[in-house]
Design a binder for this molecule. Structure first.
Ligand code: WT7
Length: 651
């Protein structure tokens, strides 16, 4: 287990506990502690009840059909996600309630009521239909944080088409791979996006990505203006604003979907070089998203709810789009960054819109800490009543800072552990019921069974660490990896019988609280984003100067983990700072800026076992200056000594 020793020390000495105020407790959506035992005693009854918060066209008669590792949830029920997220609210007083408050850059803002959102979604659905999109087709989406992004997702879901969103920071090559794997015929993108007052091109990337791919049509949102757009290719490319004019303004009939029909694919990194297309389905996913919005986020009609994640990641899918809209909530969506034009941008938005629930990542909190208190203190944050974090383990200092300086000691903090694969929050406090501890995601939510086991799959018991596992199926679980059932089985269910293995280490304390320690595989978590070591290694060896590369994640004060690459160059190549920079840029070009190595260390050799496997664990220890563990399997122990010396020199 490669859990960070620093984190383990910090959490073992953490004794502070925090309870919600009486007022919060009394008003919480989930206020009866018996829900935990009830759900545990009969998870299917619990999920069956939660599912009644959705509107079903045809009610399900069976909650779960489980043939490990394949689950069907609400299998004979039918529903439509967009009907649940938009149209059913149009039929109530929420018709004129704000659904999405969009704060754009530079200086744009728009509010969509549920009625207006529904109208836009219907027009978009007509447009997609006209482009030939049918139920079950895959649509790849490469858009910045503009209203057309959630509108596209909801339009796809209304038709029953499967969306596959690719974060707009990914490179043309990454986009290409995801298009090809999903076999998409349509790509939806924008001419460009705004970032810190600058224009970032998208259509140019899209043009490269669609070469030699199954894409037939590219639908382009004009976000920035014609000057920044690349050439439109006749017969292939079409502008959103031109085509949508032709859409009738009649309602678009929501497709009746089976609960198990696929809603979306979302690619995420694993331990091999090839990203995995995580498959989520209509009924189970929406039940998970909707339930956790009410239980973990305690969502109420009066709330103004803001999740700062990009919709390009699962957090944005579940907690900007599907979760909150399915409950009829008001969501804030922000196109910009926290530091532009000033470092108080987030606090300015909370003040401006009266945000009541704010959900962000530990890496952002650590950045705010570094920027200092003047920024949050210059704004009125008194509207806040609940705070959340996600994406990576939160250190107790950051938790306390968030509690004191953003929540002003009034707001419970929900540290939510989950994954692209789990669809919704799995380990998190229900804020009216659970006492929190800084740095612990606390306990599994009702209906989810999480525990910590040792190498043999035996529960470790309180006071011990091991592998985090989920022992029962849950509605929003991934159903498979797109086109790769074998990988689905081996990655998640191959280690322990009928048990889901997320790939995280965890410690169970003496009160039964879970402390997530981080990944135990070759996945690196940089600022809450998952990057596979192998992906970065492949990008590096793709460069003509590189012979071999080994990539690891080391602890980083702000990002949680940073990427360190150990590189051997080919005969006759001179190593230099310039070459290191070239290689860093090469990785950015190949994958995207999130994969940029923090440092590149040139070395004559890489430490390998006698069976020629690169010993990443040793490299991690070197990069973190730790005492080295067992090196007896190393083919040439002197490699380590020279690497250690070099790493010191490079610091
Ligand atoms: C991995 C999943 C779904 C959230 C966004 C990231 C780590 C996530 C926490 C947390 C400790 C966390 C895990 C997990 N992680 N949330 N609250 N505490 N670690 O989704 O890209 O699928 O990554 O993020 O290591 O396995 P993702």
């Amino acid at each position: 287990m490669s859990a960070e020793p620093n984190r383990l020390d910090a959490l073992l000495s953490e004794t502070r506990t925090f309870s919600p105020s009486e007022e919060f407790r009394a008003n919480a959506n989930f206020s009866d502690p018996a829900i935990y035992q009830q759900a545990d005693a009969n998870p299917e009854a619990y999920w069956g009840n939660q599912a009644k918060n959705l509107t079903w066209f045809k009610p399900f008669t069976q909650v779960l059909d489980w043939h490990p590792p394949y689950a069907k949830w609400f299998g004979d029920g039918t529903l439509n996600v967009t009907y649940n997220c938009v149209d059913r609210h149009r039929e109530t007083w929420r018709k004129n309630k704000a659904a999405i408050i969009w704060e754009g850059e530079p200086g744009d803002a728009k509010v969509y009521t549920y009625e207006m959102l529904g109208h836009e979604v219907d027009k978009a659905a007509h447009m997609l239909q006209k482009l030939g999109v049918k139920k079950g087709d895959r649509v790849t989406v490469y858009l910045p944080m503009i209203p057309e992004l959630p509108i596209t997702l909801l339009a796809c879901a209304k038709i029953g088409a499967i969306h596959s969103v690719v974060f707009a920071g990914f490179s043309p090559k990454s986009l290409h791979e995801r298009i090809v794997d999903a076999d998409s015929r349509l790509l939806i993108t924008a001419d460009a996006g705004w970032r810190r007052g600058q224009v970032v091109p998208l259509k140019i990337n899209a043009d490269q990505a669609v070469e030699d791919s199954p894409i037939e049509k590219v639908l382009v949102v004009e976000r920035v203006g014609k000057d920044f757009s690349s050439e439109m290719v006749a017969g292939r490319d079409v502008f959103w604003h031109e085509l949508i004019k032709e859409s009738p303004s009649t309602p678009f009939a929501a497709a009746e979907m089976n609960a198990e029909d696929i809603l979306f694919l979302l690619y995420t990194s694993g331990t091999t070089g090839k990203p995995k297309g995580i498959v989520h389905t209509t009924g189970g996913y929406l039940v998970g998203a909707n339930t956790s919005m009410r239980s973990v986020f305690d969502i109420k009609d009066e709330d103004v709810y803001w999740c700062s994640a990009d919709i390009g990641w699962v957090t944005g899918h579940t907690y900007t789009v599907y979760g909150p809209l399915s409950t009829g909530a008001t969501v804030l969506m922000f196109e910009g960054t926290p530091d532009w034009p000033r470092r108080d941008r987030y606090w300015e938005l909370i003040e401006k819109y009266g945000v009541t629930i704010f959900y962000t990542a530990p890496t952002s909190i650590r950045t705010f800490m570094k920027w200092g208190l003047d920024y949050p203190n210059s704004r009125d944050l008194s509207s806040l009543r609940l705070l959340g974090t996600v994406g990576e383990p939160i250190n107790p200092e950051a938790w306390m800072w968030y509690h004191q300086h953003i929540g002003h000691e009034q707001c419970p903090i929900v540290d939510t552990w989950w994954q692209t694969e789990t669809g919704c929050a799995m380990i998190a406090p229900l804020p009216g019921l659970i006492e929190t501890k800084p740095g612990s995601a606390t306990k599994a939510v009702p209906g989810v069974s999480a525990t910590v086991v040792d190498e043999t799959g035996t529960p470790v018991g309180e006071g011990n660490g091991g592998y985090l596992v989920i022992t029962k199926p849950w509605p929003s679980m991934l159903r498979t990896i797109w086109g790769d059932d074998a990988r689905y089985k081996s990655t998640y269910w191959g280690r322990f019988k009928d048990t889901y293995m997320p790939g995280d280490g965890a410690h169970l304390d003496e009160h039964g609280y879970l402390w997530i320690l981080g990944r135990i595989d070759d996945v690196i978590n940089v600022s809450g984003h998952r990057i596979g070591s192998m992906e970065v290694e492949s990008a590096l060896v793709d460069h003509s100067a590189v012979a071999e590369a080994a990539v690891i994640g080391r602890s980083h004060e702000i990002k949680g983990q940073a990427i360190t690459a150990f590189v051997t160059v080919k005969e006759g190549i001179e190593t230099s700072v310039e070459l290191a920079n070239v290689l860093k840029q090469h990785v950015v070009d190949k994958i995207g800026s999130i994969a940029r190595p923090e440092e590149i260390l040139f070395t004559a050799e890489l430490p390998k076992t006698r069976s020629a496997k690169i010993m990443r664990r040793l490299l991690r220890d070197i990069a973190e200056g730790r005492v080295l563990g067992d090196t007896t399997t190393l083919a040439d122990p002197s490699v380590i000594e020279s690497l250690k010396l070099q790493y010191k020199d490079s610091e």
